[in-house]
Design a protein around this ligand. Structure first.
Ligand code: E4P
Length: 217
């Protein structure tokens, strides 16, 4: 399973990339606003920090505008993945861009039928938003389950990129279902490393080690 971090904070990305566990990055206009930096500058920097796909979202709503913005963004680096919304114009752009070999992440997916459309449009990734789905009284994980089933039925190559992850259980269930990618806020990634018994175990081992009076090299 691939792990992407969902942020435009380059210090966080650089730090997490050092673990060697980071396979890519997703950004969106809200995350860029939060970072408070120039969009193209920040995408350029992120593309230098990770080798994997870096999703950069278009903001135009019409096909021509999306294609124009995608052209600007894909020139930034080879690992830029153009993020388009799940609309008719978004999917038209997705088809055109992927035919040219550009990676595309179709975002704001909230139904299995929408995910089917994204796969038919040749999307590299589809981003179902589980947290926002849950927030609105739907079952985010059922959505992932349905998309997995449909993609496997027809052997679609589109990768399921679980987005809007709020906590480690979302990741656990995504992995059980067999989602291809999870994009998580830095805090959720950091939380995955933690377990109270790991901390207690280290403390107990260190205490006993001290009592031996030894040192390792
Ligand atoms: C995904 O690509 C989105 O940027 C993101 O996961 C949205 O998450 P949110 O619902 O926490 O804003």
């Amino acid at each position: 399973m691939k792990f992407f971090v969902d942020t435009a904070d380059t210090a966080e990305i650089a730090d997490l990339a050092e673990t060697g566990l980071l396979d890519g990055v997703t950004t969106n206009p809200s995350l860029v606003m939060k970072a408070g930096r120039d969009f193209k500058e920040v995408v350029t920097e992120i593309c230098g920090l990770v080798e994997g796909p870096v999703s950069a979202e278009v903001v135009a709503l019409d096909h021509d505008g999306m294609m124009r913005e995608a052209e600007t963004l894909r020139r930034i680096a080879d690992n830029v993945c153009i993020k388009v919304p799940l609309t008719i114009d978004g999917l038209k752009s997705c088809k055109k861009l992927t035919e040219d070999g550009t990676m595309v992440n179709v975002t704001l997916c909230f139904s299995a039928n929408q995910a089917l459309l994204a796969a038919k449009a040749g999307a590299t990734f589809v981003s179902p938003f589980v947290g926002r789905h849950d927030d609105n009284g739907f079952d985010g994980m059922k959505l992932i389950d349905d998309i997995r089933l449909i993609y496997d039925n027809y052997a679609y190559d589109t990768q399921i990129l679980v987005a809007s992850i709020r906590h480690p259980i979302h990741l656990l269930e995504s992995a059980r279902i067999g989602a291809d990618v999870a994009t998580m806020p830095p805090s959720v990634i950091r939380g995955l490393f933690k377990h109270v018994l790991t901390d207690q175990g280290i403390a107990a081992f260190l205490k006993d080690w001290e009592a031996t009076g030894q040192s390792i090299g």
